[in-house]
Design a binder for this molecule. Structure first.
Ligand SMILES: Cc1cc2nc3c(=O)[nH]c(=O)nc-3n(C[C@H](O)[C@H](O)[C@H](O)COP(=O)(O)OP(=O)(O)OC[C@H]3O[C@@H](n4cnc5c(N)ncnc54)[C@H](O)[C@@H]3O)c2cc1C
Length: 486
């Protein structure tokens, strides 16, 4: 199959990318590992966008960047605000924003399932060819090193697929390292690995340890209401929490000592009334267990979000081009450090970034594709696809379990020190050696093999970056270097 632009992914960023590329006149194919409209971390939750009146843009950026650790770029953040202001109203006809003073209120939380269903409809009507259950495994490069398409497997129909394209946009999301965060199972860092194999760079990978509260034994991470909780230990002693990002660090430290419980007893009436409307799935785990979260005490846990509401990813230029000609990146697969610095991109900038980076990447990819000529391509995937040694049996479940432990355990990724980081890195390096040398697979096993390789690669990059940043900064917390905390 041939196209001007191939979009890899089917979530928020991929759909905004495909829409922009089609509106710019491109012939677009979108391939999703899952079903575009239900896959990815927005579809299962919901998001609030960084949607600010233009007259307040500079103030909004200054407020955010006051805590960004000096790493953010105000001009890039302003561009995000301007493009989100321009693009989000596209949704008005397809998503029922609440109306305030006669106008759609786009600052509200947007329910994920309806948002992504609307985006799929928009993309479909714009003429994009959507290939569901078509995970991409590797990029195709032209002889000059530029990206000319991708290849993968057809998970349901069987067999392989290949799309040759003038330009490729990666919108494969971040990874939560299989922490069981709802919606994140397919987010395994595949796009990062594909891009790095082609020569792209990463940045901010140390900012990958955002954790979010959820009821214990549940995957439902909707954090806002937890601001109104009273937290206690197993003996019922109240745990005093500071405001700001240190809250989760105090809770993480308490969870290392024993179970932590909460009652959301301080939630105001307006929050209790609004929750079933704006975040209906937040209540499901409680309803199933017969718990009233506002009066009953229940155990909580912290789920790792890795690079999802952490911010590391591929380095991109203002038009979302990576270092590889013809290869663009949008959404969580790209670094959001220029937009938010060393702090989380959650709570509204990330989704505004998905809208704006998708718009820029889609438009730039069409422009790039117009300047390309038909040329032979070759597949370049290595780890998990073409082993460097003899194919060998690698226990992918065991490998992924190690990655989960090293990247999600609070004492290993929330609280970091040099010795622990070195231990983790050595362990991941040795797994990488096995994966690179022997792991491969066909059909669905090819997907598992590549996901395993991507998770190990992502884990190594996180630990390496965390070792190199010797000071504590933003969400990167070095217990051996607290004196330099931002
Ligand atoms: C609980 C929760 C609440 C959040 N709330 C907010 C909020 O209020 N405001 C905010 O700004 N941000 C919020 N975020 C973050 C926001 O959801 C993400 O930034 C946003 O979803 C990123 O979109 P994306 O398209 O880059 O990634 P995703 O939505 O995760 O989509 C990734 C897509 O890539 C596909 N994919 C992956 N690998 C492959 C492959 N190999 N081949 C083909 N397809 C592939 C997946 O199937 C999926 O469709 C929240 C996140 C969570 C988890």
């Amino acid at each position: 199959m041939k196209a001007d632009v191939l979009v890899i992914g089917g979530g928020l960023a991929a759909t905004w990318t495909a829409l922009a590329a089609a509106q710019a006149g491109g012939d677009v194919v979108l391939v999703d590992k899952g079903y575009c409209g239900t896959s990815g971390v927005t579809a299962t939750a919901g998001v609030t966008h960084w949607f600010v009146e233009p007259r307040d843009h500079e103030r909004a950026v200054a407020e955010r960047h006051a805590h960004a650790g000096g790493l953010a770029d105000p001009e890039q953040a302003l561009r995000v605000l301007r493009t989100t202001w321009e693009r989000l109203p596209t949704l008005d006809r397809y998503y029922p924003f609440p109306v305030r003073d006669g106008e759609p209120d786009r600052t509200n939380n947007v329910r994920g399932p309806e948002y992504l269903r609307a985006m799929r409809g928009l993309v479909h009507r714009a003429g994009v060819r959507i290939l569901d259950h078509h995970p991409a495994l590797e990029l195709l490069l032209r002889p000059d090193g530029s990206a000319g398409g991708a290849a993968g497997v057809r998970r349901q129909a069987g067999g392989n697929w290949q799309v040759q394209a003038g330009a490729v946009v990666l919108a494969t999301g971040g990874t939560a390292f299989r922490s069981h965060l709802l919606g994140s199972r397919g987010n395994t860092g595949d796009g990062h690995l594909m891009a790095v194999e082609a020569g792209a760079r990463l940045s901010g990978m140390e900012f990958s340890n955002y954790y979010t509260l959820a009821p214990a034994y549940s995957t439902m991470a909707r954090s806002m209401t937890y601001l109104f909780g009273t937290y206690t230990d197993a003996d019922g002693r109240v745990i005093e929490l500071p405001s700001g990002p240190d809250r989760n660090r105090v809770l993480g430290a308490a969870m290392l000592r024993g179970p932590v419980f909460t009652t959301l007893d301080r939630a105001p009436d307006w929050v209790r009334r609004k929750m079933p409307v704006v975040q209906p799935n937040f209540l499901l785990p409680f309803t199933r267990r017969g718990i009233d979260p506002y009066t009953d005490r229940f155990e909580v846990t912290l789920l790792g979000e890795g690079t999802i509401r952490g911010v590391g990813g591929l380095v991109v230029a203002p038009d979302c081009a990576t270092d590889v000609p013809g290869l663009f990146a949008a959404g969580d697969v790209a670094s959001r450090v220029p937009v938010v610095g060393a702090i989380s991109g959650g709570g509204s900038p990330n989704s505004a970034w998905a809208v704006s980076s998708g718009t820029w990447a889609g438009r730039a990819a069409v422009r790039y594709a117009r300047g390309t000529k038909a040329s032979p391509v070759r597949p370049i995937g290595r780890a998990g696809i073409r082993p460097g040694g003899r194919p060998a049996t690698v226990d992918t479940t065991a490998v992924i379990d190690v990655v989960r432990e090293e990247l999600n355990a609070y004492d290993k990724n929330m609280f970091r020190d040099e010795a622990g980081l070195r231990r983790s890195l050595a362990l991941l390096d040795s797994l990488w050696t096995d994966v690179e040398a022997g792991l491969t697979g066909t059909g669905r096993d090819a997907v598992t093999a590549r996901e395993t390789a991507s998770l190990v690669a992502m884990g190594r990059w996180v630990k390496e970056a965390a070792l190199r940043r010797r000071e504590s900064l933003g969400m990167h917390w070095r217990t051996d270097r607290q004196e330099a905390a931002a």
